[in-house]
Design a protein around this ligand. Structure first.
Ligand SMILES: *[C@@H]1O[C@H](CO)[C@@H](O)[C@H](O)[C@H]1NC(C)=O
Ligand SMILES: *[C@@H]1O[C@H](CO)[C@@H](O)[C@H](O)[C@H]1NC(C)=O
Ligand SMILES: *[C@@H]1O[C@H](CO)[C@@H](O)[C@H](O)[C@H]1NC(C)=O
Length: 386
């Protein structure tokens, strides 16, 4: 969740990091960047099998205990910038926030996917700050992948949070949602409180979509203006002790307590940036073991932040956003908040094996087309603007 200025600074940071991190031997992205990563240890066939199993056991969002729970009384773990990957498809781009894509996120238990979209010649495109930095393709294709997953997993309730960076009209989103086919799952609030997961599953309205920001339109009643329904904690955290539970947005609410009382659902942002220089920030992968840990013992732990916010608000976070979701793994904290033992879920083996050797051999980023010279030029331009 990054508004334009911060996003722009982050992009500058990303580019700076890219430039700084080029290894001395010129072999491409080196192990200094990619000090930790994970190996994907689950075949899609087994994911499908286990997902089917979750249906047959009567589980909702990976637990029978959640079926009767209202949507707002479940903690939904989410991938921040879910479409922006550091994987082979981007040559492990330093601009990526996640090691695994949305399908893997869903397979491994995440139920919230956050994305940022821009206008690219009239198309709503998944771009990280700028389409020349990292272009993850059209929103429609990404929605199509999520729709396919939902088709295959009929007992699962999924939430999207889309940052409308170029203020596209609600009708343009509506058009993409309907051409991808995912609009059929769109949930429209009734105005009388949130239903249970089972009610949403039975009605087959299993997709909640928040957009920041759009003007609500009765023709697309399932496209919800985020800050009519959700409040957030700070998104720009640069130290492990910097996570707190204070309301950051919307400014129309005086405090988190006021927002909870007004019925807004709490979203806890929990991703950390590294400060390389004044106003230059990069996503912090080095501390990710601490940041995404379900433990409650150390400053910066996801578990500690969630517990603290739950205590402070008198209600658990409904939504949580993390980077590199497979680390921790982040979903363990949602399970703890929900008090469940998950069933029918794939897992990713967490390892510290670097993939830098193979990364160095992979071709340039799929769609950025930006060489080092262009990166430097872009960066200089950015710094001038800053
Ligand atoms: C939330 O769910 C828990 C566990 O089922 C339940 O004890 C609690 O009363 C629920 N809270 C609300 C506000 O419904
Ligand atoms: C997501 O990633 C998995 C594992 O790397 C891969 O098998 C799958 O094809 C990807 N899905 C999409 C839609 O790209
Ligand atoms: C909450 O955290 C943010 C980010 O670290 C910080 O900017 C803000 O000042 C903090 N608020 C309080 C009340 O501590």
């Amino acid at each position: 969740m990054l508004p334009s200025l911060c996003t722009f600074l982050s992009a500058a940071a990303v580019l700076t990091a890219t430039v700084h991190a080029l290894p001395q031997d010129g072999s491409g992205f080196g192990s200094s960047i990619y000090s930790t990563t994970s190996s994907f240890a689950v075949a899609s066939a087994s994911s499908t099998a286990s997902a089917a199993a979750s249906t047959s056991t009567g589980a909702c969002n990976n637990s029978p205990d959640l079926c009767g729970r209202t949507y707002n009384n479940v903690t939904h773990m989410g991938a921040h910038d879910a479409a922006f990957l550091r994987d082979e498809s981007t040559s492990n781009s330093i601009a990526g926030n996640q090691y695994y894509n949305a399908t893997v996120a869903l397979d491994t238990g995440l139920r919230l996917l956050q994305a940022q979209v821009h206008d690219l010649n009239g198309v709503i495109e998944l771009c990280h700050t700028s389409c020349s930095l990292l272009d993850a393709g059209p929103l429609e294709a990404w929605l199509g992948d999520i729709k396919s997953w939902m088709d295959d997993n009929p007992n699962e309730v999924v939430t999207l949070l889309i940052v409308n960076s170029d203020s596209k009209d609600v009708a343009e989103f509506g058009s993409v949602f309907s051409s991808s086919g995912i609009d059929t799952y769109g949930y429209t609030p009734s105005g009388s409180g949130w239903p249970t997961l089972q009610e949403m599953i039975t009605a087959n309205t299993r997709l909640v979509t928040f957009v920041a920001s759009i003007s609500a339109n009765t023709e697309y009643p399932y496209l919800l203006n985020e800050f009519d329904h959700v409040f957030e904690t700070a998104y720009d955290v640069t130290s492990l002790s910097g996570f707190n539970c204070t309301l950051d947005r919307p400014s129309s609410q005086a405090s988190a307590g006021a927002a909870v009382a007004a019925g807004l659902l709490p979203l806890m942002n929990h991703f950390k940036y590294d400060l390389l220089a004044a106003s230059i920030e990069v996503p912090d992968a080095d501390n990710i073991g601490t940041t995404n840990s379900p433990l409650t013992s150390t400053a910066g732990n996801l578990g500690l932040h969630a517990q603290t916010c739950g205590d402070e608000w008198g209600t658990k976070p409904t939504f949580v956003l993390v980077d590199f979701f497979n680390e921790g793994p982040a979903v363990a904290t949602a399970d703890n908040m929900n008090g469940i033992e998950a069933v029918g879920r794939s897992t990713i083996a967490d390892t510290t094996v670097a993939v830098a050797t193979s990364a160095a051999a992979t071709p340039p980023p799929r769609s950025s087309g930006m060489g080092t010279g262009a990166l430097v030029a872009f960066l200089v331009a950015t710094l001038v603007l800053v």
